[in-house]
Structures are given as C-alpha cells and as structure tokens.
Design a binder for this molecule. Structure first.
Ligand code: IPE
Ligand code: IPE
Ligand code: MG
Length: 248
C-alpha cells in the first residue's frame, strides 16, 4: 500500500541527542546516569516517531570524536547501547521496525558490534519505521570513505572520473539509499552540527531545542514537527505561491 505523502510531515527526522552529561551534573549525579536517562528518552522518541507517521528516524548515539572521553564513560555508553538493543529488539521487531547502523564498525568492541549487527540482520525485511543509529559516526570520515571507494573504482578502470557526480558520492556513503533528513533536531542548546550527516544535511531544516536530551519527550517531538510544518522549504527556488510584482 502506498503511503500518502504529506509535505507538512517530514519523511526523515535526524536527532543529535545532546546534553546527557549536563542533565546529570545539574542534579549532582555522574555523567553515566545522564546517559541512562537518555536511553529512556530514546524509547519515548521511537514511540513518538512511530505515531507521527515519519518513515525514517536517525539517532546520533556516539560520534567518532567521542572516543576522546574518559574510558569509563565510553564503556558505559557502549554497554547502554547493547543492553538497549537486547531489551527492545523483540518488541521493535514485532512492531515491524527496521534497524540500520551507520558509522565506522571496525572501531567498535565485539559486544556492541554483535548487538548492532544482530538487530540489523533480524529486522532487515521489516517495512515499518526505519531507525538508523549512528555509532562511531563522523561525517567527514564517512565522506573520505566514499571518496576512497570511488578512487578505487577509478584505479581499477571501472569508473570514469567524469561520472563522479553527487549521486555517485551519495551512493557510496553509509546512508546510500536513504532519503536525506528533512528535519534535524539538536537538544542541549548547542547550535552546531558536530560532524553529523554534513553531506546529507545540505537542505535540512534545523531545530535547536534548549532542553537536555533526558528531558526530551513526545510533546517536544511533535512541537518540532509543527515547527517544521511552518517552514517554507525553497531549495534555492522561489517561494510558492509567488506574488506578481509590478513596477507601477
Ligand atoms: C550526548 O550527551 C550523548 C553523547 C554524546 C554520547 P553528552 O554526553 O554530550 O552531554 P553533554 O553535552 O556533556 O551535556
Ligand atoms: C554530538 O554531541 C554527538 C552525539 C550526540 C552523539 P557532542 O556532545 O559530542 O558534541 P560537541 O562536542 O558538544 O560538539
Ligand atoms: Mg554533548
């Protein structure tokens, strides 16, 4: 069955889930406690996304720069990712959700990598909400990888450099085949992209929210969708409908 396409509803929402540490610090708690509360916000967000009718939800869980954090925090985040998958996979699979991972897998420990790949494999043929989790992800590294793949094809004589166009680059990113995000939400009040989906975000609408990620909820998700519906996306063209201007 074909879905009715409503331009007021984004097809793909991507979220920079930021502010777990500050949430915890503000309460005199350790940063890991903030990440744990952040997992609850992920659960609420996935439910809200399913309800909203969007087709794709991308969640930035761990960046390629987040290795700079203390090993205890890194281990804690990896542990939370694997336990979240173990706990939710059956349920999400029953709900026909599909899981996909983007990011550099070779840098991940065997436990988290296995959990992520099991989730991908099991839900591969599902047709409901498509959830993309960015783990050890950095957009510049992703673009460099795509360019390396194209260069290899050129070196092997399989690709003419003249055929390297935008579609060829998109098709060699981790997100190949996925639509670009229509809406990108970042919590925590920071107004930056932090190396997230730089190529794919060329024309995304951006919504920055002051709340920390553990405080994110269904209502804020739907408010961001309402804000998106009020935006006028032009992609470089003129706004519709156009008002005729005369000199007189
Ligand atoms: C986002 O929260 C989670 C990850 C980056 C893994 P932070 O841990 O960045 O929280 P703040 O920004 O320090 O408050
Ligand atoms: C971006 O948040 C990465 C994730 C949310 C996973 P950061 O907290 O790492 O970003 P910066 O360091 O404030 O730019
Ligand atoms: Mg942060």
């Amino acid at each position: 069955m074909n879905k009715i396409v409503d331009p007021a509803i984004p097809r793909h929402v991507a979220i920079i889930m930021d502010g777990n540490g500050r949430w915890a610090l503000g309460r005199g708690l350790g940063r890991i406690f903030g990440h744990r509360k952040g997992v609850e916000a992920v659960r609420r967000t996935v439910d809200a996304a399913r309800e909203s009718g969007i087709s794709y939800l991308t969640l930035f869980a761990f960046s390629s720069e987040n290795w700079k954090r203390p090993p205890d925090e890194v281990d804690g985040i990896m542990e939370l990712i694997s336990s979240f998958i173990h706990r939710e996979l059956d349920n999400y699979h029953r709900q026909n959700m599909r899981f996909q991972v983007i990011g550099e897998r070779s840098g991940l420990g065997p436990k988290v990598l296995n959990a992520l790949e099991v989730a991908e494999e099991r839900t591969r043929n599902n047709t409901g909400l498509h959830v993309i989790v960015a783990v050890n992800y950095g957009a510049r590294g992703e673009i460099a990888g795509a360019l390396r793949a194209l260069a290899r094809q050129v070196a092997e004589g399989k690709l003419d450099p003249a055929d390297i166009d935008e579609a060829a680059i998109s098709g060699n990113l981790d997100t190949a085949g996925l639509p670009d995000p229509d809406l990108v939400i970042r919590t925590s009040g920071e107004q930056r992209l932090s190396n997230f989906l730089l190529w794919q975000m060329a024309y995304s609408e951006l919504v920055f929210l002051p709340c920390n990620w553990p405080d994110f909820n269904r209502e804020l998700f739907f408010e961001a969708l309402s804000e998106y519906a009020r935006r006028n996306r032009r992609f470089g063209a003129l706004a519709e409908p156009q008002v005729a201007l005369t000199d007189t």
